[in-house]
Design a protein around this ligand. Structure first.
Ligand code: UDX
Length: 442
């Protein structure tokens, strides 16, 4: 059992802190936001993540987990994890202000030797700089470890308890040993390396996954033109174990708090050492193109979208979260509003946040209300609620059943049984009749 402090209670910090308390450590989570801490002290989670809130309450009851906004409360921690945000700056590079602020406070607070573990995604070289920064400000010995996180939103606890690997980077064998002991109860394979390589593993992993997505999205665009079906192509590719089937789902691009930010940061980092990362630049370019795909398809079908009543189904960047960061929905709605369309948007959980973004959009109470009277609809996030929707509802509720499915939620076979016009990603259009083409040409 170790005495651990976690600085920053965002997704990563909170999930990690709660998980570490659950396996028996004594954990104090710190955040400078007193509102968040107040909520957490009452056992409420400020973020939506399955099973997190009951786990917070259980470990609070066991007195293994506490929350504070005062650095004095973490002065005797033997391990301090830093999990504060590293937001993207206009040039794509990571903003390290919060990390160095936290480092400064940690240095001024600790009253013994400490192992500082950086979980935040930071450019290669940052951990070394941080170690020197903290060491210059404290008489106690500081060991630095890079320990990148690989948690998916909506799946974070499962990823923490059953992850594929734990990466521990340090030039100090004792610090590596300490962090290995901390994680031992999870029983996940651990990989140890130096600081810089650990930092790079995080960027390289996310860039590779983003590349897989952009790759299949490019293939999907070609499939549309040559009459192939990207779902079958991805399945056939994925059966090759060297390729693997995950992250080959074609759609309208990746979003969220990690892939867009980390890919741009890696391009920037490469640029700093005079390496032009052509491949990753293309990955980003393809993703931007992909986020615009549905609107391009709509314009091709209708010409003008002025005054069209369009329903958007799904706003979150992926199902299982209320997170709108870098979501395709933002790009799509912005563009449709500029095109003069009238937008109704529905999402099972992200509407409260979306309302602040889009005052000009109508937010109905449920999916049926959202579809009623619409001239066309678009699926932007593949929520189960949409996948399970009886397909005849589109014809029943909409003025005309025209659907642009950005996440391939339905099989072409089931769509073909309906009286609907259906456009998806990397698959042939269904019900796109001659008259529809004529309407467009007219
Ligand atoms: C990601 C990484 O998976 C995680 O390891 C890292 O630490 C943080 O970033 P997350 O952003 O929560 O996690 O989402 P993830 O489930 O990986 O999906 C990212 C985006 O890619 C989503 O917008 C999703 O819709 C898209 N995606 C994913 C696809 O378009 N196709 C796929 O096949 C897989």
């Amino acid at each position: 059992m170790k005495k651990i402090a976690v600085v920053g209670t965002g997704y990563v910090g909170l999930v990690t802190g709660v998980g570490l308390s659950h396996i028996g450590h004594e954990v104090t989570c710190l955040d400078i936001d007193p509102v968040k801490i107040d909520l957490l002290q009452k056992g409420c989670s400020p973020i939506y993540e399955e099973s997190l809130e009951p786990m917070i309450q259980e470990n609070q009851k066991q007195k293994r987990l506490s929350f504070t906004s005062k650095y004095e409360d973490i002065q005797d921690a033997e391990i301090v994890l830093i999990a504060v945000g590293t937001p993207q700056q206009p040039d794509g590079s990571a903003n390290l202000t919060y990390i160095f602020q936290a480092a400064d406070r940690i240095a001024k607070t600790i009253n013994q030797e400490v192992t500082v573990v950086v979980k935040s995604t930071v450019p290669v070289g940052t951990c070394q700089r941080l170690r020197n920064y903290i060491q210059d400000r404290t008489p106690f010995s500081v060991q630095m470890v890079s320990n990148p996180e690989f948690l998916r939103e909506g799946n974070a606890l499962k990823d923490l308890f059953e992850g594929d690997r734990i990466v521990i980077g340090s030039d100090n064998p004792e610090a590596i040993q300490k962090v290995m002991e901390m994680y031992a109860p999870f029983d996940i394979p651990m990989m140890t390396t130096d600081l810089a390589s650990a930092e790079m593993i995080k960027y390289a992993s996310n860039a590779f996954l983003a590349t897989k997505i952009s790759f299949i999205n490019e293939i999907s665009s070609i499939c549309e033109k040559v009459g192939a079906n990207v779902e079958a192509v991805a399945k056939g590719m994925g059966m090759d174990r060297r390729i693997g089937s995950s992250f080959l789902q074609a759609g309208i691009g990746y979003g969220g708090s990690c892939f867009p930010k980390d890919t741009k940061a890696l391009v920037q980092m490469a640029g700093n050492v005079k390496h032009q990362f052509d491949l990753l630049e293309s990955v980003i370019h393809v993703n931007n193109k992909q986020q615009n795909k549905l609107v391009d398809q709509m314009k091709e079908r209708f010409g003008s979208l002025v005054g069209k009543r369009i329903t958007i189904l799904g706003l979150a960047f992926k199902p299982g979260t209320d997170d709108l960061r870098e979501a395709a929905s933002l790009v799509i709605i912005d563009r449709l509003l500029r095109e003069g369309a009238l937008i109704t948007a529905y999402d099972p959980v992200a509407m409260p946040i979306a309302k602040e973004h889009f005052p000009a959009v109508t937010f109905p109470a449920n999916v049926k209300e959202a579809l009623t009277g619409a001239e066309l609809a678009a699926i932007v996030t593949e929520w189960e609620e949409f996948k399970e929707l009886p397909l005849d509802l589109y014809e029943e509720l909409m003025e005309e059943a025209i659907l642009f499915d950005g996440r391939n939620c339905y099989s072409l076979e089931e769509v073909m049984e309906q009286n609907m016009e259906y456009y998806s990603v990397g698959r042939p259009a269904v019900g796109h009749t001659k008259s529809a083409t004529l309407t467009h040409e007219a």
